[in-house]
Structures are given as structure tokens and as C-alpha cells.
Design a protein around this ligand. Sequence first.
Ligand code: DX5
Ligand code: ZN
Length: 220
Amino acid sequence: MKISPSMLACDFTNMEKEIKKISYAGADLIHLDIMDGNFVPNISFGPAVVKSLRPLSKLPFDVHLMLMHPHKYISNFVDAGADIITFHLESQSKVEETISKIKQCGKKVGISIKPKTSIDLIFPYLNLVDLVLIMTVEPGFGGQDFMSNQMEKVLALKKEILKRDLNVFIELDGGINLETIKLIKNYPVDICVSGTCIFKSSNTRETIKKLKGMNNSVHF
Ligand code: DX5
Ligand code: ZN
């Protein structure tokens, strides 16, 4: 299982130090939450910040767009150095056009759903994407409680991926810490995003190691 620390929880007065810290402490990806104050009730940072962080880490940039119109901004995030671009099914951009645009730019595509959205709605696009991000909190803020009732979506999704013999990663995002990771351990999850737990920890390396170690995902 891979760990993608969310920079949303970092010390914004010292982003250089923070990104280097997680990059040398065993993180597999860097999760960058982009919020527009419209799709979600919060504003984070944009492509200029992502671009300024790019030279500071060799890890893939896992960009999570919480934007009402993600299609408009794909090129900006590609130029900024994104490797994976995930957008929301609930956004107002056309899903297939947005997927194609990300692919045309040579980047990996992810599609995400909010907790109240049914997993079945992703299935028509499953053969077009590299990753599905299942939100385990309402998007918008870090530090919220993990919604364990989302785990049944993981099973339904994995079943569909296997049935269709696809190579699609499953990512979970929101409220993942050293306690809630225990609930995830028997599910076929490939990537866990974790913000507060990692950045508020006094021993980053140990925390990332524990998050990875406690998860022996069973693939069925
Ligand atoms: C929420 C974001 C998450 C969040 C994770 O909208 O997509 O990535 O920052 O942070 P924690 O781990 O604090 O829930
Ligand atoms: Zn996120």
C-alpha cells in the first residue's frame, strides 16, 4: 500500500521544508488538494504553488482537483508538473472530455466521488481511467472523521475491476490515521492519502511506516 501525504495539512509558512521532509520519510506520492471555494466551501492553492514545489521532490504529484470546472484547468496543472490528475464525477465538466484531455497531455487520470455518490456511477468510465479516488470525508477540509461506511464501495469497485480485468488503482482520501488505517487493512486499497496524521506527527518516518505496515491489503 502506498502513502500519499496531503500537503493541505502542512505548515504553509515552510512548504519547502515540509515537502522535503515527507519526500525523505518514505512517502510514495505527494497529494495536492486544489479547492476553488465553489465545488467545495474552501480555497487552497493553485497551479503556481504546485509549480514552485515541483523541483523540490522527485515523487509523483498526485493532484486532486476539487473544482467545479476542472476541464478548464488541466493544462495549468500539467504545466505545473502534475503526474496524476484526479477530478470529481460531480463537477460540471464533461467526464469523457476531461479524461481525454488529461490523457492527451500524457498524464495519469483519476476520477473521484464524494461520500453520497454511488460507486456504480463510476463504472461507465472505469476502462478509461488509471485510478478511482473514494472520498472517506466530505471534501473541503482536512482533519475530519473517517467515514467507515464508504468501505463497501471499495469492495464493489474492486469486484468490478477484477470482473473486467482492468488495471485501475483504488485510492482513499480523508480521515486516515493510525487508528482508522486498521479498518482499511483488510480491503484492497492501493493508495491512502493522509494529511493531519502525517504532518502533525513528531516522527514523520515512523508514522508513514506504521501507516504502511498496518495495512496488509488482501486482493480478492
Ligand atoms: C479533503 C482532502 C483530503 C484531506 C486529507 O477535501 O481531499 O486530501 O486533506 O486530510 P486528512 O488526512 O487530514 O483528512
Ligand atoms: Zn485530497
